[in-house]
Design a protein around this ligand. Sequence first.
Ligand code: GLA
Length: 379
Amino acid sequence: MPSRRTVLQTMLMASAAAPTLLAAAPALAEQAASLKDAYKGQFRVGAAINTAQINETDSRGDPIIKAQFNSISPENCLKWNSVHHEPDRYDFTQADRYVAFGEKNQMFIVGHVLVWHEQTPDWVFRDKDGNLVDRDTLLARMRDHIATVVGRYKGKVHSWDVVNEPIGDDGAMRPSLWYKIIGEDYVAKAFEYAREADPNALLLYNDYSIEYEAKRKGANALIAKLKAAGVPVTSVGLQGHYTLDSPSLDQLDATIATFGDMGFKVPMTELDVTVLPFPMGQVTADVALHIARNSTLNPYADGLPDAVQQKLAERYADLFRIFRKHRGVVDRVSFWGVTDADNWKNDWPIPSRTDYPLLFDRAGKPKPAFDAVIAAATA
Ligand code: GLA
């Protein structure tokens, strides 16, 4: 298949030489390389989409989503605080639009996320006096939430992130209110409730940093225990919020192999690659306020130097070579956002920086990293 560049160059040359051929341009443009076609038969390629994109008011992002991806994830609209902000009221307005968008475009639709310690309203864990509820009450609330949300989209949402980030960075169970109130089996219960609500959807354990040994050991022990007990986990999702150097390719390779050998699918669920420094320690409010002008913490506010652009492209090519090595086990690679402007890394861990973590730039143009990922599909 000709590369995207080749097709575009051919179009330009043809139109310069023979203006009458211009009418053929749309047909040629349709042949431009796409991620979903390049990896067809290997794994799905997806993106997390935001409210404007779901509502089709993002004229820059929407054409990219339709042309490039065959899977979508909801950035926020299916989180607990979006659909179930108050105890007795569900609001599915935006979530319904998200699912309709996926169906209209014949995409593999991801549900994210059922049980997490963040973006979950405080009422979930408390009684009307503000005291923590007991185990049975919290389990009943969890079951109602999962049955209602998963049940509504049964057969439409193909894959659910059931539990997000249950392990802490030290490899022990994260001391979230889910864990403190219910105990370790909150994880198993969430999967059982999800399976009751949809007998066919893929059900994911989803986490970050399990590529690193300490956390992987803890995740491994928990997941092995769930598997031995017959808990219906189908997949171990790696969020994939990476840097230019870390995790190492060996760590990624070993992680996919570990969970693949246990019989799980290992999708990449939230891939992005930051090029910015990660500040160790506290960033003072004053530094954060003036971050736009801070050349150490925000070095690429005026653009990405070619050398870094190239490094990002090589990093992406290396990552996709590992994903391809494990194709089948890696059944989906989803990016966390569409263009660099959409990605959370611009505001985390410090607000208002300029990061370049994805394959499309702020104008929606494919970056060298895009070409590298397309090339890696057959290399
Ligand atoms: C986690 C969550 C995502 C998203 C990202 C950062 O990885 O799973 O939903 O919130 O953090 O934005």
